[in-house]
Design a protein around this ligand. Structure first.
Ligand SMILES: *Cc1c(COP(=O)(O)O)cnc(C)c1O
Length: 393
């Protein structure tokens, strides 16, 4: 078959994700810059309370970013050297790096090939006497099978740390993500549902986790009289374990607060684009549109098309490059984590999670963000349908 020279179908490159910052956001940040507190000020608690209220959790603790928040959650869960933590391979590396930070060993359980989330039956097979926790990821925004995972955790006395970096605003059986697991992490990186520049949060209903997380993100220091070994005077504080400076600033927090007030609008816009994509692609025999489990209602961080490569005269790479050449900013989420060189050096090998490896070979992430225009959406649909119909067998 003749190789085609794909030409741009639009003048500007359309990215796969982009934040939406408006004048109110800028004003809120400016106000904080002119205030007394750039960090450790009142906006921190205000953002934490707003997130806790939004997801329906008792407590929320903010962090400098989502990765730091995951580190804090693993620390609070008591992950130590030699402990095993069950992780999904189909995620960003931070979801299991946090286990390594604590000296633990990530154990990868394969994904369900319909939802692309960690399969509870695979999790159960991986539980041993050394297992301490499970870290499910709500991949693309679709919540993992949380009831099954929580039941396994209760049966085997494990902690569930949900990576909700994709799923702020998603629901599982009518409940908001962030109110269900022992601890849930959210990220406010600019590609996520709302942004604070960099930023992260853990929500929990357990007071003990809450207190540990607060102390961990500030050097392991406490001033709380009920925890001090002694008290020399009003200046006195103690560093009781090795924590970090993982604090969010008030500048980040106020941006987060302002963004959170618009989250329903952002999610509605994402859902409308997803509907358009599904309508355009679901009848194309060479493509699989994202399956949604009836227990879930996704806030749609990512829209991932799976290619039926046996029906196409091209592999994923050629299709990816064809779409990029047309100025459509497609992406791939993700290389299975254990195939990264750092993990392979730790001893993880190809073949560990066959469903995840096959998934990786066949996926393309399409642009999806609330500020996309009607023309942007049409460009993506035109490029994808044109490319696939040309390359179909
Ligand atoms: C974005 C992301 C993180 C990390 O969040 P940061 O705020 O960028 O540190 C962790 N897990 C997943 C699945 C993510 O997408």
């Amino acid at each position: 078959m003749q190789k085609v020279q794909w030409k741009p179908i639009r003048n500007t490159f359309l990215p796969y994700a982009r934040q939406w910052i408006d004048d109110a956001d800028i004003q809120a940040v400016t106000d904080v810059l002119q205030s007394d507190y750039l960090t450790t000020g009142p906006k921190i608690k205000e953002f934490e309370q707003a997130i806790a209220q939004f997801v329906g959790a008792k407590y929320a603790v903010s962090f400098a970013n989502g990765t730091a928040a995951l580190h804090g959650a693993c620390f609070a869960a008591g992950i130590h050297k030699g402990d095993e933590v069950i992780c999904t391979p189909m995620t960003f590396a931070a979801s299991s790096n946090c286990v390594l930070y604590c000296g633990g060993n990530p154990v990868f359980a394969d994904i369900d090939s319909r939802t692309y989330n960690m399969d509870p039956a695979e999790i159960e097979k991986k539980i041993t006497a050394r297992t301490k926790a499970i870290i499910p990821v709500d991949y693309t925004g679709q919540p993992a099978q949380l009831d099954e995972i929580m039941a396994l955790a209760r049966k085997h006395h494990l902690t569930v740390i949900e990576d909700g970096a994709h799923s702020l605003g998603s629901h599982y059986k009518g409940k908001k993500v962030g109110s269900i697991s022992d601890m849930t992490m959210f990220s406010f990186h600019p590609v996520k549902q709302i942004t604070s520049g960099e930023g992260g949060m853990i929500t929990t209903n357990e007071e003990a986790y809450y207190e540990k997380l607060l102390q961990f993100r500030s050097h392991g220091i406490t001033r709380d009289a009920k925890y001090l070994e002694k008290c020399d005077g009003p200046w006195y504080y103690e560093m009781q374990f090795l924590g970090y400076n993982y604090r969010m600033t008030d500048i980040q927090a106020v941006l987060g607060i302002s963004q959170l007030s618009k989250i329903e609008k952002f999610i509605d816009a994402r859902k409308q684009i997803v509907e358009r994509y599904n309508e355009a692609f679901q009848a194309i025999p060479e493509l699989t549109v994202p399956y949604q489990h009836p227990d879930t209602d996704s806030s749609w961080h990512l829209y991932i098309l799976r290619l039926k490569t046996d029906k196409i005269n091209a592999d994923r790479r050629e299709i990816f490059e064809a779409l990029r050449a047309q100025n459509i900013g497609v992406n791939v989420h993700y290389l299975p984590v254990y195939l990264h060189p750092y993990y392979r050096e730790l001893g993880y090998e190809r073949g560990l999670c066959p469903n995840a490896e096959k998934h990786y070979d066949e996926i393309i992430t399409l642009p999806l963000f609330p500020k996309m225009t009607e023309q942007d959406v049409r460009d993506v649909i035109q490029a994808v349908t044109g490319t696939i119909s040309y390359l179909a067998k």
